[in-house]
Structures are given as structure tokens and as C-alpha cells.
Design a protein around this ligand. Structure first.
Ligand SMILES: [Fe+2]
Ligand SMILES: [Fe+2]
Length: 310
């Protein structure tokens, strides 16, 4: 698996959706589980620009190759979220994408700022922070594309398959960048390997956790991967990450699945109730209404002020 940043800069572009049969979106049904996953995935794709704020405060971003990658990566991820949103809208689920994104962000509250500060501090204290950051990037991209593959399989929806297969191609390039960069950093660097492994065993969480609750993360994992093939795929991710220097035998994704199973064993309703109850709407934030955070007024206010201006 090779990666050239020069080639990536040249070739990076917005997701090509030419020829997708958007009219066929409603022709095949989706299960509640498929819809739950699509909302989760859309929210996390749409969260990337804010996630970037964590990345740009770290020591890792002294590297111009990394910032060049992030500039293109952020743009590509934007179109993943946009197109999943479009798919859901066409399927008949009504929401305003901008309001939804603003609500997800507003609900993060103080936790987001604390997380940025601790990432910043950690990166400046730890010389080998980049190794951890790059490895987490590799796991996130690989688990994302594996998740899309699992959703294609579960849903059997032809248009969704077409859309997600195109997104998967982008995610593969992202994975190749992170994996190769992490490998470079870790090769012949035993200290970085120790730090990386220590941190991953303690601070790593599945992609989306933090924006999503533990129960939502578990619902996604149990819907997509709680069968023989799913478990094998997660073990496959661990095996690939374990090929990085110093990480042989590491168990992350499979461990997360087993922990989700254990939580469901203790509470049989756990996770599935979110899917059953169709809990994929995003509640408006209790504090800081989005109008305050975005300076956008509510639609009702807009209508009133437009009327007053007449
Ligand atoms: Fe993506
Ligand atoms: Fe990606």
C-alpha cells in the first residue's frame, strides 16, 4: 500500500456522484438499523471540520505534509456527509442538514473545549504524540470504510451500495496516508512504539464516540458487526493495525465489540432500543440555542423580520 502526497494533492476532489441513480433511492426499503447507521455516519462525517480543530492545535501539524493532507481530507469528508444527508432526504427523512449539524455541535458543550485543550497539552508534552495521532487516524479510516462495507452488506440497497462504494475509495486513500505516516514514525523508534501502544490501550475509543454516546456507538457496532463475518472484519482491522511497528497483537476494534456485547448481556434492551425507537433525531441543545452559536436566527424570526422589512 503506497501513498504519494503530491499525487493526492493533485487528485483530491469532491466525491464524484455522476451517474448515481438518485431516483432509485426510494425503490428499495431500508431497515431501522440501516437508517440508524446512516444518521450516525452522516453526523460523524459532518463533524470532521470541527474535529479538525483538535488536529490543528497539535505538534503533529508542524509537518507541512500533514497539513496539506488535512486540507484536502477535510474537503473530501465534507462531501461524504453532504451526500449521505442527500440520500436520507431523498429516502423521505426530513431534516435541515445545517440545523442538524449545528445541534450536534451545540450539544457537545464544554466537553469539546476540554478535549481540544487536553489534546493540545498532550501533544506538546509528548514528543511522540504524532505516532499516536497518526495511528488513531489509520484505525478511524479503516474502521469507517469497514463500517460502510458492512452497511452495504446489511442493507442490500443498490443505490446506497453505489454511493458508499465511492466514499470507500476516498476512505482507502485516507487510510493509506495515515498508515504509511504512522509506520514511518514508528519504524526503528522504540520509544514511540511504547508510547503509541500505551496510549492506544488507554485512550482510544471507536470513531464517533464523544459525539455519540456509548449506547449509540454500541448500537452501531452490534447492528453492523455482531455476526461471524462482522467479528472477523473487526479482527481483520486489529490485525492490520497490528502490522505497525510495536503494535503486534493489539486488540482494539474486537475489544470494543466484546465490550458492547457484555453491556447488552447485562441489559438486553441496551442499544437495540435506540434502533427500535427510531432514535436518530438530534435534540436541540438545552443551553445555547443554535441561533446564539451561529448568529443565524430561527426560521420564525426570519419570517417576522422579512415581514417587518416590507
Ligand atoms: Fe468520510
Ligand atoms: Fe476518511
Amino acid at each position: 500500500m503506497s501513498f504519494s502526497i503530491e499525487r493526492y494533492k493533485e487528485e483530491s476532489r469532491k466525491l464524484d456522484t455522476a451517474g448515481i441513480d438518485w431516483r432509485g433511492v426510494t425503490a428499495s426499503p431500508l431497515s431501522k438499523g440501516d437508517l440508524f447507521c446512516l444518521h450516525y455516519m452522516m453526523d460523524i462525517e459532518n463533524h470532521v471540520p470541527l474535529y479538525l480543530s483538535h488536529l490543528l492545535v497539535t505538534r503533529a501539524c508542524m509537518d507541512p505534509i500533514l497539513t496539506a493532507f488535512l486540507a484536502c481530507w477535510n474537503y473530501e469528508e465534507l462531501w461524504h456527509g453532504e451526500n449521505i444527508g442527500k440520500f436520507l432526504n431523498l429516502y423521505g427523512i426530513e431534516f435541515d442538514a445545517q440545523d442538524r449539524i449545528a445541534n450536534v455541535r451545540a450539544n457537545l458543550g464544554l466537553q469539546n473545549s476540554v478535549s481540544i485543550l487536553s489534546t493540545m497539552l498532550g501533544s506538546w508534552l509528548l514528543k511522540d504524540f504524532s505516532a499516536v495521532y497518526l495511528t488513531i487516524g489509520a484505525i478511524n479510516e479503516l474502521s469507517t470504510l469497514t463500517g460502510y462495507g458492512a452497511l452495504i452488506r446489511k442493507s442490500g440497497h443498490p443505490v446506497l451500495k453505489d454511493l458508499l462504494s465511492r466514499i470507500i475509495k476516498d476512505e482507502r486513500r485516507h487510510y493509506a496516508f495515515y498508515f504509511n505516516s504512522a509506520k514511518e514514525w514508528l519504524t526503528d523508534n522504540e520509544k514511540a512504539q511504547r508510547v503509541d501502544r500505551w496510549m492506544l490501550d488507554r485512550v482510544w475509543v471507536p470513531v464517533g464516540q464523544g459525539v455519540k454516546t456509548q449506547e449509540q456507538v454500541d448500537a452501531l457496532a452490534l447492528y453492523l458487526f455482531d455476526d461471524e463475518q462482522g467479528e472477523e472484519e473487526l479482527l481483520g482491522i486489529d490485525e492490520k493495525i497490528g502490522r505497525l511497528p510495536g503494535l503486534s497483537g493489539i486488540k482494539l476494534m474486537s475489544r470494543a465489540l466484546y465490550a458492547a456485547r457484555e453491556r447488552r448481556r447485562q441489559d438486553p434492551e441496551w442499544a437495540w432500543r435506540l434502533i427500535d425507537n427510531e432514535e436518530w433525531a438530534i435534540a436541540p441543545p438545552k443551553k445555547s440555542p443554535i441561533g446564539e452559536l451561529t448568529t443565524r436566527r430561527t426560521h420564525a424570526d426570519e419570517a417576522v423580520s422579512a415581514y417587518e422589512g416590507m
